[in-house]
Design a protein around this ligand. Structure first.
Ligand SMILES: [Zn+2]
Length: 687
């Protein structure tokens, strides 16, 4: 396909309901940052936008949990996320937010445009309603079992385990997040997008890259898992999806009589890309339209795999229905990044939070960028571990890149007072190195254009590897006395490698690249400047600062301990939802009394079970209790406990258990008897 005139690049808008973790960065932001830094350096016309997604149930639920307003939540996290991105070197052209009046207006305008074109259909349907909370349960307000993968914590809009988009009615065993109760169905009117009407053109757009016979994109450049997910969606038949919600937080539906209804967050969020571009254009005194509406623009969405359906199917429908817009050229979605053998989870606090990393490792942005790019989940899920972080920083950044640059600069100062020496005739080995200098920018560029960021970084680092190997094998320090003319050539070439490194590494390691280029007086943000004579003979160079400090075991251990501690803290805070209401008769139906344990023995061949004899005031009975890991038989004799007397008897390991001894259980699973505080005696009633 022809080269485009300009690039419109977007990164998935993160929800402003919590801090950023490495999974967000590795999924949608770092690859885009690398890509855009390259395009800018290559002199391309590119705009990269992102912003905080400030609507949807993720926000209102967080506000509810903390007892504050949604506005307070989005203000807090928008400001934390903006500063974290900036400190990490994520170089958006604009970082916007969807709660702005401009965005509300823009989203409403877009909705009305489609409404007038008849793109939506109003349907009155039964939706889940929480009677206790007096609210319809859309999206994340409802959880249940995923019909596709069986995950028992799937949300009403999506299963985060398998990435399937869902609607609340798909969930098996649905429960309200607000009250934990089983919701009832009530009628409400919503605007639906009849996605089934668009199946045919979506199929050719996704599978062949064509729309009305015209080539839109290069299918071969799309990731297989992205096309696969879209195909399986289309093949199983696209269902109508509600584009509005009964909620009080979001963009109001701009239709009379639609009070209490807002646009679905997944309708307004991608329109947020357009609003952000408008803001950028205003700030830069230019026109936003070519970036979204001209055919010689490439529109590229960087996202995580959980957003594929929205960017590859729903948003293209909206753009096409509007009529003025181009369709995405590519959606290079990443898979998920796990952490130390487990899924990253905000609720379980199993994450490396980026703002905390920046506090613990000031000025070490490039170390994390490098590691995340090395293990970027481009084709399949990947895993971050602190030991791997240590190994990559020590063995690759410090031992190869840092060591090479340091030796080249130090030897130049030692032998030539910091002046670039003139080379003599090149040998075969020299010419091989020159070839690597010449080829590297082309190879890296080709990989970046194909969204293969791991390989691109590896290829850029191979220039440092080649320089390091060359210097180690040529041993200029040994030749300094015997063949000083040869040493000039060696150092000259090592310096040319050093000067080219900040150019090819800048997309990945912008902070380090700036330091190296600064010391040499060369450029790092101009791809076209790469050359084998970048550093002129006779130029004076400064000494470079230490580029990378090695990571020690104590640092790794401290980070591991921090992870475990925050997970334990989160587990303590985790509260089980309240069970469904029962009426008073159901409660009084339970015969609860104080019992006294008179005898106890282990049940043979079991780990957990004790056989207890309990005096109940009416009789003496046998109860099998799963407490052997918490109490020894000797310990329990004489204890006063709470007992459920009228639980139907059942046989456990051949012993008939007549009732149940009640236990309290903490988050770690420790059991303890529930005993009357002031003593009491066997037979006292409990109510
Ligand atoms: Zn699932």
């Amino acid at each position: 396909m022809k080269d485009p005139k300009r690039y419109m690049v977007t990164s998935a808008l993160p929800y402003a309901n919590g801090p950023l973790h490495i999974g967000h960065i590795a999924g949608a932001m770092l690859p885009a940052d690398i890509y855009v830094r390259y395009l800018r350096a290559a002199g391309e016309d590119v705009v990269w936008i992102c912003g905080s997604d400030e609507h949807g149930a993720a926000i209102t639920l967080r506000a509810k949990k903390e007892g504050v307003t949604p506005k307070e939540i989005v203000d807090r996290y928008h400001s934390l996320m903006s500063s974290t991105f900036e400190n990490f070197g994520i170089s958006f052209d604009v970082y916007d937010r969807t709660s702005s009046p401009e965005h509300h207006e823009n989203a409403q305008e877009f909705f009305l445009n489609l409404l007038e074109k008849g793109s939506f259909e109003v349907k009155t349907e039964k939706q889940y309603f929480d009677v206790e909370a007096n609210q319809f349960l859309a999206d994340r307000y409802i959880i249940g079992t995923c019909p596709k993968c069986g995950h028992d914590h799937a949300y009403g809009d999506q299963c985060e385990n398998c990435g399937s988009a869902l609607s609340p009615n798909d969930l098996i065993d649905p429960r309200s997040v607000l009250s934990g109760s089983k919701p009832e169905l009530r009628e409400t009117s919503l605007w639906y997008l009849p996605m089934g009407d668009h199946e045919e053109w979506l199929k050719s757009y996704i599978e062949e890259g064509t729309l009305n016979g015209e080539q839109q994109h290069d299918v071969k450049a799309w990731k297989k898992h992205v096309i696969g997910q879209c195909k399986s969606w289309i093949d199983s038949g696209l269902q109508s999806r509600a584009m509005t919600r009964d909620l009080d937080w979001g963009v109001q539906v701009p239709v009379e009589g639609a009070d209490g209804k807002v646009l679905y967050v997944w309708l307004d969020a991608p329109i947020g890309y357009i609003t952000a571009t408008k803001r950028w254009a205003e700030q830069n005194n230019t026109d936003w339209k070519p970036y979204w509406q001209e055919k010689d623009t490439q529109l590229i969405h960087f996202i995580g795999k959980d957003n594929i359906v929205f960017h590859c199917l729903i948003f293209p429908i909206l753009l096409k229905e509007h009529g003025d817009y181009i369709l995405p050229y590519n959606v290079p979605a990443n898979e998920f990044m796990n952490l130390e053998g487990d899924k990253i989870s905000t609720s379980r606090n199993w994450a490396v939070w980026l703002h905390e990393y920046l506090e613990d490792f000031p000025d070490k942005q490039d170390e994390m960028r490098y590691v995340l790019c090395s293990i970027m989940p481009e084709q399949k899920d990947s895993e971050f571990t602190w030991n791997d972080y240590k190994d990559r920083v020590n063995n690759e950044l410090a031992d190869i890149l840092g060591n090479f640059v340091n030796r080249a600069v130090v030897l130049t100062h030692k032998y030539y007072d910091g002046i670039v020496p003139a080379p003599n005739e090149f040998t075969k080995v020299d010419l091989e190195l020159i070839k690597v200098i010449e080829e590297t920018p082309k190879k890296v560029a080709q990989l970046l254009k194909s969204y293969r960021f791991r390989e691109a970084q590896l290829e850029a680092m191979n220039l440092a590897r080649a320089g390091n190997k060359y210097m180690t094998e040529e041993e200029p320090w040994k030749l300094a006395k015997t063949d000083p003319e040869r040493v000039k050539t060696i150092i000259h070439l090592c310096l040319q490698v050093t000067a080219n490194l900040p150019i090819v590494l800048n997309p990945f390691l912008p902070f380090t690249s700036k330091k190296i280029a600064g010391a040499l007086g060369t450029v790092h943000e101009d791809w076209n400047a790469a050359s084998t004579t970048l550093l002129e003979v006779g130029t004076a160079i400064e000494k470079t600062p230490i580029l990378f400090v090695k990571v020690d075991d104590a640092t790794v251990e401290a980070q591991m301990a921090k992870l475990e501690a925050s997970k334990a803290q989160a587990a303590e805070k985790e509260v089980e939802p309240v069970k469904e209401s029962i009426d008073f008769d159901q409660f009084t139906g339970m015969d609860l009394r104080i019992g006294e344990i008179t005898a106890a023995e282990r049940i043979p061949k079991t780990k957990k079970l004790l056989k207890l004899s309990v005096k109940t005031g009416v009789d003496e009975r046998t109860v099998v209790s799963g407490i052997a890991e918490h109490y020894s038989p000797e310990e329990v004799i004489g204890k006063k406990v709470t007992m459920l007397l009228n639980l139907a008897p059942r046989k456990i390991k051949g012993v008939e258990s007549q009732g149940m001894v009640l236990m309290s259980e903490d988050a770690q699973g420790n059991l303890s008897f529930v005993s009357p505080e002031k003593g009491g005696k066997a037979g006292d009633t409990v109510r």
